[in-house]
Write a protein that binds this ligand. Structure first.
Ligand code: PEP
Length: 259
């Protein structure tokens, strides 16, 4: 357990008392990993860590039926209407979702999702009782110009940060294995950004709001990222499709919790 202030004679304060670790598997446009639906698979909820999977819309129902904690990879801000190919927050909720991703960088880039749209999604999710995980993060261009903090501040500016939501900091250049021409994201850099993001939250939400890290998290680097004081879990793409890698990341998270 990390050292810190004493909240009781003998119980040292731990961030885990305010923020449960959350390990989220973003399966993107991929089929459900082999064995994931079976009893005892590593994608099932645990008592001490939140494990959430984000399957394709078609797979949500089956995942939720076998007891996985599920989320939608996207939800439209409007409750119904002429939006071909879209899905509403209420439909996600009704088929068993508890969470929804808002503003993933892939959707910002290929579906033109703006900060305004993402803020509307978050409001719509909260309205129906879905827990939004809002994805933010700078591009490599932003970082080269030392504008990474300005970028995440801008992305957060329209959100009602006093609400019950989770933030996922995902440097765009580090997602999907990163880019061989660019350095890998480091846990130290990410911790600095997480601390900065936390400082932007209303004072009374700073302690309990979870801030996940996302960007090529895998068994080899998970301990370093998850061990940072302001990193409260991971949003994991590629490695979450491999049950062996995923179970190892979950094991590392549990070990840190116990240490
Ligand atoms: C993601 O897309 O949210 C993500 C973090 O993917 P990966 O782990 O593959 O970088």
């Amino acid at each position: 357990m990390k050292a810190g202030i004493l909240i009781h004679d003998s119980i040292p304060y731990s961030r885990y008392m305010s923020r449960r670790l959350l390990i989220a598997a973003n399966w993107k446009m991929n089929v459900v990993p082999t064995g994931a639906l079976e009893k005892g698979s590593p994608y099932h909820p645990l008592s001490d860590i939140d494990i959430v999977v984000f399957p394709t819309f078609l797979d949500i129902l089956e995942c939720s039926t076998v007891g996985l904690m599920v989320g939608g990879q996207y939800g439209h801000p409007e409750s119904q209407g002429a939006h071909t190919g879209d899905i509403s927050m209420a439909i996600l909720k009704n088929i068993g979702c508890r969470y929804v991703l808002c503003g993933h960088s892939e959707r910002r880039a290929s579906h033109g999702e703006t900060d305004e749209f993402v803020a509307e999604q978050v409001a719509a999710a909260l309205e129906v009782g879905l827990h939004p995980i809002v994805c933010i993060g700078e591009t490599w261009e932003d970082r080269k110009k030392k504008k990474e903090k300005a970028k995440v501040e801008e992305q957060l500016s329209l959100l009602s940060l006093g609400s019950d939501l989770t933030i996922a900091y995902e440097p765009v250049w580090a997602i999907s294995g990163g880019d061989p021409d660019k350095p890998a994201a480091t846990a130290d850099d990410s911790q600095q950004m997480h601390e900065f993001i936390r400082s932007l939250l209303p004072k009374d939400r700073q302690e309990q709001t979870r801030i996940l890290y996302g960007g090529s998290m895998k068994p080899e680097n998970a301990r370093e990222f998850l061990n940072q004081e302001d990193i409260d879990g991971g949003l994991i793409g590629g490695a979450s499709l491999d049950p062996k890698k995923f179970v190892e990341i979950v094991r590392i998270a549990e070990e840190l919790l116990m240490s």
